[in-house]
Design a binder for this molecule. Structure first.
Ligand SMILES: Cc1cc2nc3c(=O)[nH]c(=O)nc-3n(C[C@H](O)[C@H](O)[C@H](O)COP(=O)(O)O)c2cc1C
Length: 220
Protein backbone atom coordinates (compact mmCIF):
# COMPACT_ATOMS: atom_id res chain seq x y z
CA UNK A 1 0.00 0.00 0.00
CA UNK A 2 1.53 3.31 -1.05
CA UNK A 3 2.29 6.02 1.51
CA UNK A 4 0.04 9.06 1.37
CA UNK A 5 1.41 12.56 2.04
CA UNK A 6 0.23 13.52 5.49
CA UNK A 7 0.91 15.99 8.29
CA UNK A 8 0.74 14.87 11.92
CA UNK A 9 -1.71 16.97 13.95
CA UNK A 10 -2.78 16.94 17.58
CA UNK A 11 -6.21 18.20 18.61
CA UNK A 12 -6.74 20.76 21.39
CA UNK A 13 -7.71 17.86 23.63
CA UNK A 14 -4.41 16.13 22.88
CA UNK A 15 -5.72 13.50 20.46
CA UNK A 16 -3.12 12.43 17.96
CA UNK A 17 -3.86 12.15 14.29
CA UNK A 18 -2.99 13.31 10.82
CA UNK A 19 -4.35 15.24 7.86
CA UNK A 20 -3.80 14.25 4.25
CA UNK A 21 -2.49 16.88 1.84
CA UNK A 22 -5.50 18.50 0.09
CA UNK A 23 -4.32 17.53 -3.41
CA UNK A 24 -4.68 13.80 -2.68
CA UNK A 25 -8.22 14.02 -1.27
CA UNK A 26 -11.00 12.08 -3.04
CA UNK A 27 -8.70 10.19 -5.39
CA UNK A 28 -11.19 8.36 -7.63
CA UNK A 29 -8.61 6.41 -9.64
CA UNK A 30 -9.34 3.22 -7.69
CA UNK A 31 -11.88 2.16 -5.06
CA UNK A 32 -9.32 1.63 -2.30
CA UNK A 33 -7.49 4.87 -3.12
CA UNK A 34 -10.84 6.63 -3.02
CA UNK A 35 -11.81 5.17 0.36
CA UNK A 36 -8.40 6.09 1.83
CA UNK A 37 -8.73 9.71 0.74
CA UNK A 38 -12.49 10.23 0.99
CA UNK A 39 -13.51 13.59 2.39
CA UNK A 40 -16.95 15.17 2.77
CA UNK A 41 -17.70 18.56 1.31
CA UNK A 42 -17.78 21.48 3.74
CA UNK A 43 -20.73 23.90 3.44
CA UNK A 44 -18.50 26.51 1.74
CA UNK A 45 -17.78 24.00 -1.04
CA UNK A 46 -21.43 23.21 -1.80
CA UNK A 47 -22.83 25.16 -4.71
CA UNK A 48 -25.20 24.71 -7.67
CA UNK A 49 -26.27 22.95 -9.72
CA UNK A 50 -27.70 20.01 -7.83
CA UNK A 51 -27.47 16.46 -9.16
CA UNK A 52 -29.41 15.83 -12.37
CA UNK A 53 -32.20 13.24 -12.34
CA UNK A 54 -29.84 10.44 -13.46
CA UNK A 55 -27.34 11.20 -10.70
CA UNK A 56 -30.11 11.48 -8.10
CA UNK A 57 -31.58 8.12 -9.11
CA UNK A 58 -28.14 6.53 -8.90
CA UNK A 59 -27.58 7.93 -5.40
CA UNK A 60 -30.92 6.58 -4.22
CA UNK A 61 -30.41 3.20 -5.89
CA UNK A 62 -27.03 2.83 -4.16
CA UNK A 63 -28.40 3.94 -0.77
CA UNK A 64 -31.23 1.40 -1.10
CA UNK A 65 -28.58 -1.32 -1.48
CA UNK A 66 -27.40 -1.02 2.11
CA UNK A 67 -26.84 -4.03 4.39
CA UNK A 68 -30.11 -4.63 6.23
CA UNK A 69 -30.64 -7.49 8.71
CA UNK A 70 -33.88 -9.31 7.87
CA UNK A 71 -34.61 -7.36 4.66
CA UNK A 72 -36.63 -4.88 6.68
CA UNK A 73 -35.67 -1.76 4.73
CA UNK A 74 -35.41 0.29 7.93
CA UNK A 75 -34.90 3.52 5.99
CA UNK A 76 -36.58 5.67 3.38
CA UNK A 77 -35.61 8.85 1.55
CA UNK A 78 -37.24 12.25 1.17
CA UNK A 79 -35.87 14.47 -1.61
CA UNK A 80 -36.29 18.21 -1.07
CA UNK A 81 -35.52 20.50 -4.00
CA UNK A 82 -36.81 23.47 -6.00
CA UNK A 83 -39.85 25.25 -4.58
CA UNK A 84 -40.33 22.60 -1.92
CA UNK A 85 -36.86 23.45 -0.60
CA UNK A 86 -37.75 27.16 -0.49
CA UNK A 87 -40.80 26.25 1.59
CA UNK A 88 -38.70 24.06 3.88
CA UNK A 89 -36.17 26.89 4.30
CA UNK A 90 -38.95 29.29 5.30
CA UNK A 91 -40.32 26.72 7.76
CA UNK A 92 -36.82 26.11 9.21
CA UNK A 93 -36.21 29.81 9.68
CA UNK A 94 -39.50 30.28 11.61
CA UNK A 95 -39.09 27.10 13.61
CA UNK A 96 -35.50 27.95 14.63
CA UNK A 97 -36.65 31.38 15.78
CA UNK A 98 -39.54 29.79 17.68
CA UNK A 99 -37.12 27.41 19.43
CA UNK A 100 -34.35 29.97 20.05
CA UNK A 101 -36.09 33.24 20.76
CA UNK A 102 -33.70 36.14 20.38
CA UNK A 103 -30.75 34.13 19.03
CA UNK A 104 -29.39 35.27 15.68
CA UNK A 105 -29.71 32.92 12.69
CA UNK A 106 -26.11 31.66 12.95
CA UNK A 107 -24.48 28.47 11.71
CA UNK A 108 -26.38 26.30 14.20
CA UNK A 109 -29.68 27.38 12.64
CA UNK A 110 -28.66 25.49 9.46
CA UNK A 111 -30.80 28.00 7.60
CA UNK A 112 -27.94 29.23 5.38
CA UNK A 113 -27.13 25.71 4.28
CA UNK A 114 -30.77 24.78 3.68
CA UNK A 115 -31.08 27.87 1.49
CA UNK A 116 -27.77 27.40 -0.30
CA UNK A 117 -27.57 23.65 -1.00
CA UNK A 118 -29.45 22.87 -4.24
CA UNK A 119 -30.91 19.66 -2.86
CA UNK A 120 -31.40 17.85 0.44
CA UNK A 121 -32.00 14.15 0.84
CA UNK A 122 -33.48 13.29 4.23
CA UNK A 123 -32.59 9.74 5.21
CA UNK A 124 -35.38 8.56 7.48
CA UNK A 125 -34.72 5.78 9.97
CA UNK A 126 -37.83 3.66 10.55
CA UNK A 127 -37.18 1.12 13.27
CA UNK A 128 -39.97 -1.21 14.31
CA UNK A 129 -40.31 -3.95 16.95
CA UNK A 130 -39.03 -7.24 15.58
CA UNK A 131 -38.38 -10.55 17.35
CA UNK A 132 -34.90 -11.01 15.82
CA UNK A 133 -33.68 -7.59 14.72
CA UNK A 134 -33.31 -5.08 17.56
CA UNK A 135 -34.22 -1.47 16.84
CA UNK A 136 -30.61 -0.32 17.28
CA UNK A 137 -29.50 -2.62 14.44
CA UNK A 138 -32.16 -1.10 12.24
CA UNK A 139 -30.85 2.37 13.13
CA UNK A 140 -27.30 1.29 12.35
CA UNK A 141 -28.51 0.27 8.92
CA UNK A 142 -30.02 3.75 8.40
CA UNK A 143 -26.62 5.24 9.27
CA UNK A 144 -25.02 2.88 6.78
CA UNK A 145 -27.51 4.06 4.12
CA UNK A 146 -26.33 7.64 4.77
CA UNK A 147 -22.73 6.52 4.46
CA UNK A 148 -23.33 4.66 1.20
CA UNK A 149 -25.07 7.68 -0.23
CA UNK A 150 -22.24 9.99 0.88
CA UNK A 151 -19.61 7.69 -0.60
CA UNK A 152 -21.50 7.42 -3.88
CA UNK A 153 -22.06 11.18 -4.15
CA UNK A 154 -18.40 11.93 -3.47
CA UNK A 155 -17.25 9.28 -5.96
CA UNK A 156 -19.55 10.89 -8.56
CA UNK A 157 -17.77 14.21 -8.01
CA UNK A 158 -20.76 15.78 -6.26
CA UNK A 159 -20.53 17.76 -3.04
CA UNK A 160 -22.36 16.25 -0.07
CA UNK A 161 -22.35 16.74 3.67
CA UNK A 162 -24.17 14.60 6.23
CA UNK A 163 -25.77 16.73 8.94
CA UNK A 164 -28.08 16.20 11.86
CA UNK A 165 -28.50 19.30 14.03
CA UNK A 166 -31.72 20.62 15.49
CA UNK A 167 -34.08 19.44 12.67
CA UNK A 168 -33.06 15.84 13.40
CA UNK A 169 -34.35 16.19 16.97
CA UNK A 170 -37.45 18.28 16.45
CA UNK A 171 -40.85 16.56 16.46
CA UNK A 172 -42.52 19.49 14.72
CA UNK A 173 -40.02 19.22 11.84
CA UNK A 174 -40.67 15.48 11.69
CA UNK A 175 -44.41 16.10 11.31
CA UNK A 176 -43.81 18.87 8.74
CA UNK A 177 -41.77 16.45 6.62
CA UNK A 178 -44.40 13.71 6.99
CA UNK A 179 -42.53 11.35 9.32
CA UNK A 180 -44.69 8.89 11.24
CA UNK A 181 -44.58 7.72 14.87
CA UNK A 182 -41.63 5.28 14.65
CA UNK A 183 -39.56 7.41 12.29
CA UNK A 184 -36.59 9.69 13.00
CA UNK A 185 -34.03 11.49 10.86
CA UNK A 186 -30.72 9.65 10.39
CA UNK A 187 -29.27 12.35 8.21
CA UNK A 188 -29.93 15.48 6.22
CA UNK A 189 -27.70 14.99 3.19
CA UNK A 190 -26.91 18.43 1.78
CA UNK A 191 -26.08 17.95 -1.86
CA UNK A 192 -24.79 20.04 -4.74
CA UNK A 193 -21.77 20.60 -6.94
CA UNK A 194 -18.26 21.22 -5.66
CA UNK A 195 -17.26 24.86 -5.79
CA UNK A 196 -13.76 24.68 -7.29
CA UNK A 197 -12.82 28.06 -5.83
CA UNK A 198 -13.52 27.01 -2.22
CA UNK A 199 -10.42 25.91 -0.31
CA UNK A 200 -10.28 22.28 0.69
CA UNK A 201 -8.39 20.57 3.45
CA UNK A 202 -8.53 17.35 5.40
CA UNK A 203 -9.63 17.14 9.01
CA UNK A 204 -7.63 15.38 11.71
CA UNK A 205 -7.87 11.62 11.28
CA UNK A 206 -6.99 9.22 14.06
CA UNK A 207 -4.21 6.68 13.58
CA UNK A 208 -5.94 3.32 13.38
CA UNK A 209 -3.31 1.85 15.75
CA UNK A 210 -4.53 4.20 18.49
CA UNK A 211 -7.99 2.67 18.16
CA UNK A 212 -7.15 -0.99 17.67
CA UNK A 213 -6.13 -3.88 19.89
CA UNK A 214 -5.40 -7.41 18.79
CA UNK A 215 -7.36 -9.49 21.24
CA UNK A 216 -5.81 -12.53 22.88
CA UNK A 217 -7.65 -15.01 25.10
CA UNK A 218 -6.74 -14.57 28.74
CA UNK A 219 -3.99 -17.09 29.54
CA UNK A 220 -4.74 -17.19 33.28
C1 LIG B 1 -24.85 11.38 12.07
C2 LIG B 1 -23.95 12.53 11.76
C3 LIG B 1 -24.39 13.81 11.97
C4 LIG B 1 -23.57 14.90 11.71
N1 LIG B 1 -24.04 16.14 11.95
C5 LIG B 1 -23.23 17.19 11.79
C6 LIG B 1 -23.69 18.49 12.11
O1 LIG B 1 -24.84 18.67 12.51
N2 LIG B 1 -22.82 19.51 11.98
C7 LIG B 1 -21.53 19.32 11.52
O2 LIG B 1 -20.79 20.29 11.40
N3 LIG B 1 -21.10 18.11 11.18
C8 LIG B 1 -21.89 17.04 11.32
N4 LIG B 1 -21.45 15.79 11.01
C9 LIG B 1 -20.06 15.64 10.52
C10 LIG B 1 -19.90 15.78 9.03
O3 LIG B 1 -20.91 15.15 8.29
C11 LIG B 1 -18.61 15.09 8.59
O4 LIG B 1 -18.43 13.93 9.29
C12 LIG B 1 -17.42 15.93 8.79
O5 LIG B 1 -17.62 17.10 8.11
C13 LIG B 1 -16.15 15.18 8.25
O6 LIG B 1 -16.48 14.40 7.18
P1 LIG B 1 -15.50 13.40 6.41
O7 LIG B 1 -14.92 12.49 7.42
O8 LIG B 1 -16.44 12.67 5.49
O9 LIG B 1 -14.53 14.22 5.67
C14 LIG B 1 -22.26 14.69 11.22
C15 LIG B 1 -21.83 13.39 10.98
C16 LIG B 1 -22.65 12.32 11.25
C17 LIG B 1 -22.13 10.93 11.01
Amino acid sequence: MKDLPKTPVTSRRGRRGFELEPHVLNDTSGIIDFLRTRRSAEPAQITGPGPDDGQLELLLEIAARTPDHGKMEPWRFIVIRGRAKDEFAAFAKNRWQELNAGEPLGKKALYDLIEKAPLIIVVVSRAVDHPKVPAWEQRLSAGAACMNMLTAATAMGLAMQWRSGWPAEDEKTFRYLGLTENETIAGLMFTGSLDPSAPRSDRRRPFWRDLTTFWQPDEA
